[in-house]
Design a protein around this ligand. Structure first.
Ligand code: CP
Length: 313
């Protein structure tokens, strides 16, 4: 029975051994391909429940499941569900589980409820991003990309730029990267840098240009207008943001020649990232996306592999 046969809502619940195992497995999948799997009974069934839009996370979990020969069902068109008739999210998840799922991959926009739901579920839940609070698989794939490219995490200086306050990616990354020995800095408009104390104590706030000189990795974040309160929306104008905080070729002149440029996506082109940055040899944004499949396959494999599955050699 897999040691992972349980839920993953954020990176806190992962032990150092779990993290190393996921890195090892993702590396194996990326370099040697996926294992040939034979199933002694029915294939594991993974339900993807996306209560918020997604391209990368939704597709990479689905592709990862396909690579492992798991079956998937997807609920992402909320207008076609009985939530339109007033059914709650919790009841929707419980009903899908009652149909016989082996794992639930859930993306959810609010900051609560998923945690409350967990004790009522028998199958593992993997968060595909929850509110502003967590996006554990994004942090894992980001850390994997940094290690893959720079060799080790210890001693890296990761500058997260932009809308840190609304970012579940930043929240999970601050926890994971600092645990793995990196230093994390943040830069951006002051009103987008607020963090809960549990996270802010682990980061240093930088002026952007100073931060660019300091960092070995720069991770730009999307301005998440959909999570802004009205007043804040009026205060952040995309063209002004691009000028003051956008990552562009001029700013990158101060950045390490061996550094990495990351972004979790989706990108607001020419807002947080100048479109020319995609051609910079330090840019690894699409590699993050490819690694998302390997890392999610690693997690599904470690979560669901059990004695009912037999692996070839
Ligand atoms: N990075 C990320 O979560 O992208 P999606 O919203 O497209 O899944």
């Amino acid at each position: 029975m897999s040691i992972f046969h349980r839920s993953l809502l954020d990176v806190d619940s992962l032990t150092p051994e779990n993290i190393e195992l996921l890195f090892h497995r993702a590396h194996q999948f990326s370099t040697r391909g996926y294992p040939e799997m034979k199933f002694t009974s029915t294939r594991p069934l993974v339900a993807l429940l996306f209560f918020e839009p997604s391209t990368r996370t939704r597709f990479s979990f689905k592709i990862a499941a396909k690579r492992l020969r798991f079956s998937t069902v997807v609920l992402d068109d909320l207008a076609s569900t009985s939530m339109r008739k007033g059914e709650t999210l919790a009841d929707t998840v419980l009903n899908v589980e009652a149909m016989g799922t082996d794992a639930l991959i859930i993306r959810y926009g609010e900051d609560t409820e998923l945690t409350d739901l967990l004790p009522k579920l028998k199958t593992p839940v993997i968060s595909a991003g929850q509110g502003k609070i967590s996006h554990p698989t994004q942090a894992l794939l980001d850390a994997f990309t940094i290690r893959q490219e720079l060799g080790q995490m210890k001693g890296q200086k990761v500058l997260i730029v932009g809308d840190v306050a609304h970012s579940r990616v930043a929240a999970s990354n601050i926890k994971l990267l600092t645990r793995l020995g990196a230093q994390v800095g943040i830069a951006g408009p002051e009103n987008l840098l607020q963090l809960p104390q549990s996270l802010s104590t682990n980061v240093e706030v930088f002026d952007l240009d100073d931060g660019m000189r300091w960092a070995s990795v720069v991770m730009a974040l999307r301005i998440q207008l959909e999570r802004f309160e009205t007043g804040l929306k009026d205060a952040v104008k995309p063209h002004q943001y691009a000028e003051r905080y956008g990552i562009n070729p001029k700013r990158l002149e101060a950045f390490s020649a061996r550094g990495l440029i990351l972004h979790p996506g989706p990108v607001n082109q020419n807002v947080e990232l100048d479109s020319a940055v995609f051609a910079d040899p330090r840019c690894r944004i699409l590699q993050q996306v490819s690694n998302g499949v390997f890392m999610r396959a690693a997690l599904l494999y470690e979560t669901l592999i059990a004695d009912r599955m037999v692996l070839d050699a």
